[in-house]
Design a protein. Structure first.
Length: 150
């Protein structure tokens, strides 16, 4: 089943920016673009973070989530990632879609209007049933960080 995400532009958003789109036939993520809504380019200093708006609101289908992930090219070339690693857009959220960019590079980075800044991946998100009880035993047991090797 292919989920349908309904997209609405926020008031004042650039109607000429493309909706999220897959840039290749096998892409898992649809690119999200910066909508600076008439503002000048945003310069992110090294170590700085900023909420960058996409100009969109979305309705993710029930039982799904939209994961917002960094773009690997921006990460490799400029050190640009997301401050919240993978962001989650829940099925019941209807507010503006923003991306928290973080500059881990050693030089300032300029975000321009229409720039592809992140990618959206749709994933099933069932809600589990949480209950208290005794845990079963496993080979790994209580051994945590680094216990399965380097």
């Amino acid at each position: 089943m292919t989920p349908t995400v309904i997209v609405e532009r926020v008031e004042g958003a650039d109607p000429n920016l493309p909706l999220p789109s897959y840039e290749s036939a096998g892409a898992a993520g649809a690119d999200l673009r910066a909508d600076l809504m008439g503002e000048p380019p945003l310069t992110l200093a090294s170590g700085a973070r900023s909420l960058v708006q996409t100009g969109l609101r979305v309705a993710v289908p029930d039982g799904w989530e939209m994961q917002v992930r960094p773009r690997s090219g921006l990460a490799l070339k400029h050190g640009i990632t997301l401050a919240n690693a993978v962001g989650t857009i829940d099925a019941d959220y209807r507010g503006p879609l923003g991306v928290i960019l973080l500059n881990l590079g050693d030089a300032p980075f300029e975000v321009t209007h229409g720039m592809r800044i992140a990618q959206a991946v749709l994933a099933p998100a069932p809600q589990g049933i949480w209950r208290e009880g005794a845990l079963d035993t496993t080979g790994r047991g209580v051994h945590g960080f680094g216990s399965t090797g380097a």
